[in-house]
Design a protein around this ligand. Structure first.
Ligand code: CA
Length: 227
């Protein structure tokens, strides 16, 4: 999952980014409301963590403007205790959930998992399931028929992106920006190689699952329910 954290307290944002990366989330940080909104408008994030009090533009205004543009990414608003009386106002702006500062990292991780679940077939433990395959993004592993297949971090992130968008075509540009990031040196050929590795490692033969190549466009994760 790719997350956007919009938070102006640098020590907090760095600490959160460290913890989230350790949990294998891809995370981008913005330190003010205007930059945060610009990044969120790219619509590449699975969850946005948005502080309320931000320089440049207040969090709830950013949220309102995103919703106006039909950006439906789940948003978790970080709010101080004394702002909580404005809770209703926040929900009206389109927030999906709230977290009151200070919060525990376990609580934050649980809320992110819950918001991510709304978009895909995610299990309680954070794993993503398709047919007999279960991807464990935290440990970069696929569990299938009692076997554990180890993936690299990038393989796991790529498979997660495809599985979360089952049945939808993901373009190569989307894969580049969501798995490798905006400024990455990786080129299109690398994606092909990673897909090749995934297919070889996971051996989808006779499982009803496949990663389809959409020539010149991208890839699509498919699950055939009749198998
Ligand atoms: Ca703040």
């Amino acid at each position: 999952m790719r997350l956007l954290l919009v938070e102006d307290e640098q020590r907090l944002s760095e600490a959160l980014a460290y913890i989230l990366r350790k949990n294998n989330y891809l995370i981008d940080i913005a330190n003010d409301g205007i930059t945060g909104q610009e990044m969120a408008e790219s619509n590449i994030y699975d969850v946005i963590i948005l502080d309320r009090m931000l320089p440049g533009k207040e969090g709830l205004k950013v949220l309102k403007d995103l919703r106006k543009q039909n950006i439906t990414t789940p948003v978790l608003v970080l709010t101080a205790m004394d702002e909580i009386k404005d809770r209703v106002e926040g929900l009206d702006s389109g927030a999906d959930d709230y977290l009151i500062k200070p919060f525990s990292t376990d609580e934050l991780l649980a809320r992110i998992r819950a918001l991510g679940r709304r978009k895909s077939e995610q299990l309680q433990n954070g794993n993503i399931k398709a047919s007999s395959f279960e991807l464990d993004p935290l440990n970069c592993e696929v569990l299938v028929d009692g076997q554990t297949i180890k993936l690299t971090l990038k393989e796991s992130q790529l498979l997660e992106l495809l599985m979360r968008n089952k049945g939808k075509v993901i373009t190569r540009d989307q894969i580049l920006s969501r798995v490798w990031g905006f400024d990455s040196e990786v080129d299109m050929n690398n994606i092909e190689i990673y897909i090749y590795y995934l297919r070889r490692k996971l051996n989808f033969k006779d499982t009803g699952i496949r990663i389809e190549t959409i020539r010149g466009i991208g890839y699509c994760f498919k699950e055939d329910n009749n198998v």
